[in-house]
Design a protein around this ligand. Structure first.
Ligand code: ZN
Length: 326
């Protein structure tokens, strides 16, 4: 079962999270099988994005979706993962042309999404109950480091995002294959009473730096293979057996991360209305019906001419302006 583990280091300003998407990740891949399956390196990227999305959602107090997007300038034009506050996630990619062949199933970001150095990663926090005119909050980082060098791993990009956008020192390790998508996040918490050196406990900056650096170094030593094959107990014990780790009850099942698509016939209908009657009518004329497939879950929505006339008879989604009133 897919699971999320949260933990703290006793007395230290450091917290951590470990996510393992198993059944839910395999469901994502199985749903894709019926359509056009992604190449292995794209599957790996999407698995890592799904795991990272769950970690980032669980890491913030925010009532809305966390949307990770990579806008690529290589064969992968877009890769996206969305995670709702109850840890439902979905992910997909838009691939144009061929992804380079590889024996390992792994490709650096530079060969998939940052071929010409123009790739971008956007993190969007999309509020669930938007106030009128409220815009989602979005932070964008390049796929290159401070010296312009191309970053090879998604984890490096997200660490950079956390530092630049959230001012939080974070270490992230991600890995995915066709069986599991997993991730470890270690984050430094802002010190309580920062700057007050007289307080009780560890308020000394250099001591806190040392504690975080030690734990971050341990976390970064986690190998891809270990993350893919070991259970949570073994990973946490192997890395942090010398630390005092306080663990929370794992979140799994209906409380844990799981595949969930937010698409609906109503949403697709709204999208068609956005295209305009003329455009949709021309598709009906040509093909007899409109057939829209959801890229995330593979469900198909079909609208025949009767459905379409009903759709446009309802009028636009927003209240009609006065000229439309009877
Ligand atoms: Zn869907």
């Amino acid at each position: 079962m897919s699971e999320l583990h949260k933990f703290l280091f006793e007395g230290l300003p450091v917290r951590g999270m470990l996510v393992r998407l198993t059944d839910s990740w395999r469901e994502v891949l199985a749903r894709r099988q019926s359509g056009e399956p992604f190449d292995p390196p794209v599957r790996q990227l999407l698995g890592e994005m799904a795991a990272a999305g769950v970690l980032m959602q669980a890491n913030i107090k925010f009532n809305g979706a966390v949307v990770l997007q990579i806008f690529g300038d290589g064969p992968v034009k877009l890769a996206v993962s969305e995670t709702t506050p109850d840890l439902g996630f979905r992910t997909t990619a838009k691939v144009v042309g061929d992804v380079p062949a590889t024996d390992t199933g792994t490709l650096p970001l530079s060969e998939m999404v940052n071929l010409h150095g123009q790739g971008r990663c956007a993190v969007t926090l999309d509020p669930q109950d938007k106030l009128p005119g409220q815009q989602p909050y979005q932070g964008v980082v390049p796929l290159n480091g401070d010296n312009g060098q191309a970053l090879t791993k998604l984890s490096d990009v997200l660490q950079q995002y956390m530092l630049k956008s959230e001012q939080l020192d974070t270490t992230i390790v991600l890995a995915a294959d066709d069986n599991i998508a997993a991730g470890l996040l270690i984050q430094r918490l802002p010190l309580e009473g920062e700057g007050n050196l007289e307080g009780e406990g560890k308020t000394d900056q250099s001591e806190a730096d040392e504690d975080f650096n030690r734990i971050a170094t341990l976390a970064a030593s986690l190998k891809r293979e270990e993350l893919l094959t070991l259970d949570a107990e073994t990973i946490l014990h192997r890395l942090f057996w010398e630390e005092k780790v306080l663990r929370f009850e794992p979140q799994e099942g209906s409380m844990g991360p799981r595949f969930q698509c937010t698409c609906s016939r109503e949403r697709v209908g709204n999208m068609l209305r956005g295209l305009g009657k003329e455009e949709v009518d021309s598709v009906i004329e040509e093909q007899g019906r409109v057939d829209v497939g959801c890229d995330f879950c593979g469900v198909r929505y079909q609208f025949d001419s009767v459905d379409v006339s009903e759709l446009f008879a309802q009028g636009p989604d927003h209240p009609p302006s006065s000229s439309n009133l009877q």
